[in-house]
Design a protein around this ligand. Structure first.
Ligand SMILES: NC(=O)c1ccc[n+]([C@@H]2O[C@H](COP(=O)([O-])OP(=O)(O)OC[C@H]3O[C@@H](n4cnc5c(N)ncnc54)[C@H](OP(=O)(O)O)[C@@H]3O)[C@@H](O)[C@H]2O)c1
Length: 340
């Protein structure tokens, strides 16, 4: 009943009260399915537990970033519940430990601060010493809409944390992902990719100094997530690897992601969010589905919403293979000293 009401109100009240969130509140429909990719019986009301029911992940290893809060914590909880060994990263070891201890099953906490690239090097060196393949690498951590321009390494911070940090992490761990029988990289993007600059990625403004707009820069970083996954899938295919890479939009969920929103938006989210937002278990479902579903073995280079593949919006660059290659080259140039 709540769900039906949520769908109804989503189209009415939310659009007028929280335009920022409602603009990306719902996923695709059948008309937007890419050909040849299996469609699941799951949807926007499925939970992470539901989409993984009956899946035995014993013997599998997952690494997830941002396991200390929101969707990452729920994803870790459910994948560990299904038997996986989950390496959960947090910005400090204390946070990662607390998160890992809060869930049942086998977990290993690791400190990883995406805006300090030396910590990514240390974390990946440590993970390599654990000596096992990585079956699922989930790039989940993220920040959103910093109200004023913040820079790290002279670059806009959302681009650094959401994209470049995961670019380094994934490249450093790719041998372990490829060592798994069917390794999967899942990149948590967002329908917010539509807010990216008109040209996609502003390569001449990666420091964000020209015309800083919080959501535009968030959108650029989330577009970068999608393009990174797309180009990674191409490279894996070209290398003849069984590993895959896909990106997901989890839905709109009340988590700490909105910590930088105006207080009125946060209050409205708490008061009426239930009318159009997903719950956290629903929000973690698409990631868990793409990471674990047998039906998706070999499926790569796609974008998912509501536990199903969706053709990205046209004109918003999410499927732009040329831009994806350019982003890969530029990212490599920027972080080259941290890659090997
Ligand atoms: N919630 C939504 O509506 C929504 C919609 C679309 C996409 N997403 C995406 O979903 C992902 C998860 O977001 P969420 O909603 O679960 O948000 P969240 O509750 O704020 O969780 C974000 C996680 O990322 C971590 N993190 C932030 N900055 C980091 C850094 N510099 N280095 C390492 N880790 C860092 C956070 O750690 P701390 O808590 O210690 O800072 C936290 O564990 C994000 O990529 C987000 O863009 C969310």
């Amino acid at each position: 009943m709540d769900m039906e009401r949520r769908k109804f109100i989503a189209g009415v009240g939310a659009a007028t009260t929280l335009p920022l969130l409602s603009s990306c509140s719902r996923g695709g429909d059948d008309a937007r399915r890419p050909p040849g990719v299996p469609v699941s019986p799951f949807g926007d009301e499925s939970t992470a537990e539901e989409v993984t029911a009956g899946i035995d992940l014993r013997g599998k290893t997952v690494l997830i970033t941002g396991a200390t809060s929101g969707l990452g914590l729920e994803t870790m909880r459910v994948l560990a519940l299904r038997g996986a060994h989950v390496i959960g990263t947090g910005r400090t070891l204390e946070k990662a430990k607390a998160a890992c201890e809060s869930v049942e099953g086998r977990t290993t906490p690791i400190a990883l601060e995406l805006e300090r690239w030396d910590t990514i090097v240390s974390a990946t060196d440590l993970i390599k010493t654990l000596g096992m393949p990585i079956d699922m690498l989930i790039c989940n951590a993220g920040i959103m809409a910093l109200p004023t321009l913040e820079q790290v390494y002279g670059l806009e911070k959302q681009f650094v944390v959401n994209h470049l940090g995961h670019f380094i992490l994934t490249n450093r761990l790719l041998p372990q992902v490829q060592a798994a029988p069917q390794g999967r990289v899942v990149v948590v993007s967002s329908l917010g990719y539509q807010w990216a600059p008109a040209g996609g990625i502003e390569f001449d403004n990666l420091d964000g100094a020209r015309d800083y707009v919080p959501n535009k820069m968030y959108g650029q970083s989330k577009l970068a997530n999608g393009l990174f996954s797309l180009e990674l899938s191409r490279r894996l295919r070209e290398a003849g690897s069984a590993a895959t890479s896909n990106s997901v939009h989890p839905g709109i969920i009340l988590t700490n992601l909105g910590r930088h929103f105006d207080p009125w938006k946060r209050t409205m989210g708490r008061l009426i969010g239930w009318t159009f937002m997903k719950t956290i278990p629903e929000g973690a479902a698409t990631t868990c589905y793409v990471a674990t579903a047998d039906a998706l073995s070999g499926v790569s280079g796609h974008y998912f919403e509501d536990c199903n593949p969706v053709v990205p919006m046209s004109g918003k660059h999410m499927d732009d293979v040329v831009l994806a290659q350019k982003l890969w080259q530029k990212s490599t140039e920027i972080v080259s000293e941290y890659l090997s």
